[in-house]
Design a protein around this ligand. Structure first.
Ligand code: ATR
Length: 277
């Protein structure tokens, strides 16, 4: 019998997950199918009970249910608990367990494109302090020797993110202005705000003028494919990466979690690039 996986959201019609998940199943000769489910707010609990009843082994969660889904799950992992956001659910021993893979997917994407096995003593700037930034910070701060500045328009929110890993010695919450001034100190810059996303493509959280030589700049936005900050970073000689790789990594990690199959995300990246162009 074919295994069924899916994604819940509202709206969900434009999700690219069915395309790349189903392609990956085919490529890896897996007997599985991935389906997008549009769920009304008032039906969320019933939908989750129904998915369990029909034996759906795993599903993705997207806007607007990342927090709202939590009361209807049986367990959530520490990072999902801390950030109050779930984007991957797996059925384990008849229990739905929620995870947040933003951080892991971002780390995987960055390491792969930088050609590094791990992080060491890099100076990292995270722009933003929203849901994605929290998960990314939590994952990156597992490396004790990296230095992480979290820059945000609202400083209190950057401070709150820092508290997710209170014992990390090298984390600082700073203003966007300070980040802009010391941009040449960072080896890696990760843009997690919505600034620069279509249709407001002429905006950038900081003005890129003097990056460190060999800096790596990643933006979690994938529409447009090159945000203003990435364009400026590229013109400044930096290596850049958009959010497509992270999106592909997130889907690849979910398949690995659900089925144990390690999938190569290169085909996913190509399909996403084609669908978005
Ligand atoms: P997500 O959960 O997708 O990360 P979010 O929680 O809404 O989204 O967070 C959005 C991030 O973008 C925040 O860091 C936000 O800054 P504030 O905490 O100060 O609100 C940032 N952001 C959004 N629009 C912005 C703008 N025009 N200028 C500066 N920061 C902005």
């Amino acid at each position: 019998m074919s295994e069924l996986f899916g994604i819940i959201g509202n709206p969900i019609a434009h999700s690219l997950s069915p395309l790349i998940q189903n392609e990956a199943y085919k490529l890896n000769k897996m007997n599985a199918h991935f389906q997008a489910f549009h769920v009304e707010h008032e039906d969320l609990e019933t939908a989750i009970k129904g998915m369990k009843a029909i034996g759906i082994k795993g599903f993705l969660v997207t806007v607007p249910f990342k927090a709202k889904v939590i009361p209807f799950l049986d367990e959530i992992d520490p990072i999902a608990e801390r950030t109050q956001a779930v984007n991957v659910v797996q059925l384990i021993d008849e229990k739905y367990v929620g995870y947040n893979f933003d951080g892991e997917a971002c780390l995987k994407a960055i390491l792969e494109d930088m050609g590094k096995p791990s992080l060491m003593k890099e100076n990292i700037l995270i722009l933003g302090a929203g849901g994605a930034a929290q998960s990314i910070y939590y994952t990156l701060s597992q490396f004790e020797d990296v230095r992480i500045d979290i820059a945000n328009r609202t400083l209190e929110k950057a401070d709150a993110v820092k508290k997710l890993r209170a014992h990390h010695k090298h984390t600082h919450a700073i203003s966007l202005e300070e980040a802009e001034n010391k941009q040449d100190q960072y080896d890696i810059i990760i843009q997690t705000t919505s600034i620069g996303m279509w249709p407001k493509t002429d905006q950038s959280p900081i003005n890129i003028t003097h990056l460190k030589k060999d800096a790596f700049v990643s933006d979690i936005i994938y529409n447009p494919a090159e945000t203003k900050i990435l364009k400026r970073a590229r013109e400044n000689g930096a290596r850049t990466q958009n959010g497509i790789k992270m999106l592909a990594s997130q889907n690849a990690l979910s398949i690995e979690k659900w089925t144990g199959h390690k999938v190569n995300d290169q085909k996913m990246i190509e399909s996403l690039e084609e669908a978005l162009s």
